[in-house]
Design a protein around this ligand. Structure first.
Ligand SMILES: Nc1ncnc2c1ncn2[C@@H]1O[C@H](COP(=O)(O)OP(=O)(O)OP(=O)(O)O)[C@@H](O)[C@H]1O
Ligand SMILES: [Mg+2]
Length: 214
């Protein structure tokens, strides 16, 4: 089991009111499995991904990734755990505007002191069809190109689990399809476990499992 979620709950308290966003969720995933998370706005999809990424901590329950209980790690341990095990494609995790496409992709490898960071980053950009955009800054690329750079950056560490929140949300239908085809192709090729948040039923049906929030 690559991912085990046990009795996971998350409550938010705001102005004296408590909201039960996630209530005793249980979930297991094997390596290479794909899961879509569906549900209306405000139902807790992004909250769950943030918990899985260790960017937020649960009110109760436990998350185990590759045998490691992430709820027991401190900030520093979490940062390196994330760097080595997780690929994160979140809207709020966009590319760094002052770094080129190549530098953005190389960054997660540099953080874990990979000596071949730039070589691997070049290969990853090639895989997403952007070899000729290596030296472009994010503002010098289209939305779909930026999204592909974000995919390359998420895949470059060969993560065990890829967490993606509405990865085609801001793209037109055709470009959205292209980057999703690319995503599923990369997932299959690298046997990556995928947790994908989407409002799109067709996209969700491309995943082996579906989890619906209400
Ligand atoms: N830090 C926070 N403090 C208080 N409430 C929060 C916090 N973060 C999220 N919430 C609330 O938790 C609920 C779930 O939010 P979440 O972002 O997980 O929804 P979502 O399913 O991703 O929605 P969308 O489809 O709109 O992205 C919302 O009602 C939101 O207002
Ligand atoms: Mg969300």
């Amino acid at each position: 089991m690559i991912l085990e979620v046990k009795d996971l709950s998350k409550k938010f308290t705001q102005g004296g009111r408590t909201i039960d966003v996630i209530d005793r969720l249980n979930l297991n995933m094997n390596a290479g499995e794909t899961l879509a998370i569906l549900g209306p706005s405000g139902s807790g999809k992004t909250t769950l991904l943030s918990l899985l990424a260790g960017l937020d901590s649960p009110t109760s329950g436990d998350i185990t990734i590759a045998g490691q209980s992430i709820t027991k790690l401190n900030e520093k341990e979490l940062t390196s755990f994330r760097g080595e095990n997780l690929g994160i494609i979140f809207q709020q995790f966009y590319l760094f505007s002052h770094l080129t496409a190549l530098e953005n992709v190389a960054l997660p490898l540099e953080i874990i002191n990979d000596k071949n960071a730039y070589k691997k980053a070049r290969e990853a950009l090639k895989l997403v069809g952007l070899s000729d955009r290596e030296d472009h800054f994010p503002k010098e690329m289209s939305g779909g190109e930026n999204q592909r750079v974000a995919f390359a950056r998420a895949f470059v560490v060969e993560p065990k689990i890829l967490l993606a929140d509405e990865p085609s949300g801001s793209l037109d239908t055709k470009t959205g399809h292209q980057v999703m085809d690319l995503l599923f192709d990369l997932v299959k090729r690298k046997n990556t476990t995928l947790v994908l948040v989407t409002h799109n039923e067709e996209l969700a049906s491309r995943c082996q499992k579906q989890l619906r929030f209400t």
